[in-house]
Design a protein around this ligand. Structure first.
Ligand SMILES: [Zn+2]
Ligand SMILES: [Zn+2]
Length: 397
């Protein structure tokens, strides 16, 4: 795994912008080529600072794990292309679930830094620290999806480097150990402190010498070289099934890296997120969109092809059902999103009609007669002149 930008600067993943700036300044002083530093190394340092001190670039870097991803240009993987939202995916051909053609894609190592990463070093001075009982916090991430992924279903592979306790030494890092001489193997240390005349307070804490383990390593484990944890590539399969919805979470219990801090690893929690922003609004299993029509079309009828329907082909909307008013909603049953899989049931597509205002014009006597005839208005009313008691002359404002 390449060295992360955080490692380059020597800061933690949750370092503040201020900490990043300070770390950069300190290192830049030391590694500047004018002071005999390596030019390439200094360039890497500058790049790390540039990306991590920019909120947007940092977010993209955290998500993609690559400098290219952070800079917002392509190159996710060998076949990398940029999908919606600037997230690099490398696509792997294949069939989607439910026998529908689909493309399963591979996230590459974009999640390495999120769920994986090293499990814990050989332990600081005094040996490894004791893991806290219980489970480590869960780690969350969004899975970017298109509307068509939710519609047809999709299988995704999520790959990352996962740390697990070394099996040979059961995570102790030792091939051979002996009881700690400082604490007699108990792992705790009792400290007495004078708090007043004749008054002594006693406190117990983990033994400094063995980090509370009660053991001292004589021979390091050869399988993990004393690192206690081993990293391996982990692949999770994510099944997006028709009927799943935006915001839904998928939980993979215990799939985060094991670390020295907790006894049990946390869960990987993935939230399904729709990334593209197109003309289709999605609520429950229904889809909503609008079409613009002219005044004449609102009377005579219209035909439109609405692109971007998640089924993959445009939705053809044809209306010959007589005059239609502005904001009327037309419904197409079965053209919404899947309500459930197996057998698949679809919701409704709602199409709101926006009617343009008519062009201002004055009807001729002939047009009046035709329209009067059409709408069943008697000719004497359609061509009314001087019917009322007061005749006023009107114009448009
Ligand atoms: Zn080991
Ligand atoms: Zn000890």
């Amino acid at each position: 795994m390449p060295v992360s930008l955080y490692d380059t600067l020597g800061v933690s993943r949750d370092a503040s912008t201020d900490e990043i700036r300070k770390a950069y300044k300190a290192q830049a002083r030391e590694k500047h080529p004018d002071r005999g530093g390596d030019a390439e190394e200094f360039k890497t340092l500058q790049q790390a600072h540039e990306i991590l001190s920019d909120d947007n670039k940092r977010k993209m870097y955290d998500m993609t794990g690559s400098v290219e991803g952070a800079e917002g240009h392509g190159g996710g993987g060998p076949n990398g292309g940029m999908a919606a939202g600037g997230i690099p995916f490398s696509f792997m051909g294949g069939m989607g679930p439910f026998g529908m053609p689909g493309v399963s894609f591979d996230f590459g190592d974009m999640f390495s830094g999120i769920f994986g990463g090293p499990g814990g070093g050989p332990g600081g001075p005094g040996g490894p620290k004791r893991a806290r009982p219980g489970k480590a916090p869960n780690k969350h991430s969004d899975i970017p999806l298109r509307l068509s992924d939710f519609y047809a279903g999709r299988e995704l592979k999520l790959k990352f480097n996962q740390s697990r306790k070394c099996g040979t030494c059961a995570g102790s890092g030792a091939d051979k150990s002996e009881p700690c001489g400082q604490c007699g193997g108990r792992g705790i240390r009792i400290q007495a402190r004078m708090i007043g005349p004749g008054m002594i307070a006693q406190s117990t804490g983990p033994c400094d010498a063995c980090g509370g383990e009660g053991k001292r390593i004589i021979r390091t484990c050869t399988n993990c070289q004393g690192k206690r944890f081993l990293e391996r590539e982990k692949e999770l399969t994510i099944q997006i099934k028709p009927g799943m919805h935006e915001g839904q979470t998928l939980v993979f219990p215990g799939e985060c890296s094991e670390t020295a801090d907790f006894e049990e690893p946390g869960d990987v929690v993935l939230t399904l997120k729709r990334t593209e922003d197109d003309c289709w609004e999605w609520r429950d299993a229904d889809l909503f969109t609008k079409v613009n029509v002219s005044f004449a079309e609102s009377i005579l009828g219209f035909r439109r092809e609405i692109a971007g329907h998640p089924c993959g082909s445009p939705l053809v909307v044809e209306w010959r059902g007589g005059p239609i008013t502005h904001m009327t909603i037309l419904q197409a049953a079965g053209k919404g999103m899947p309500r459930k899989a197996n057998p698949v049931e679809y919701g409704v597509a709602h199409i709101q009609v926006h009617v343009a205002a008519p062009e201002p014009r004055i009807w001729t006597t002939e047009e009046r007669a035709v329209l009067g005839n059409l709408f069943g208005v008697p000719a004497e009313v359609a061509n009314a002149e001087g019917v009322g008691a007061i005749a006023v002359s009107l114009t448009r404002a």
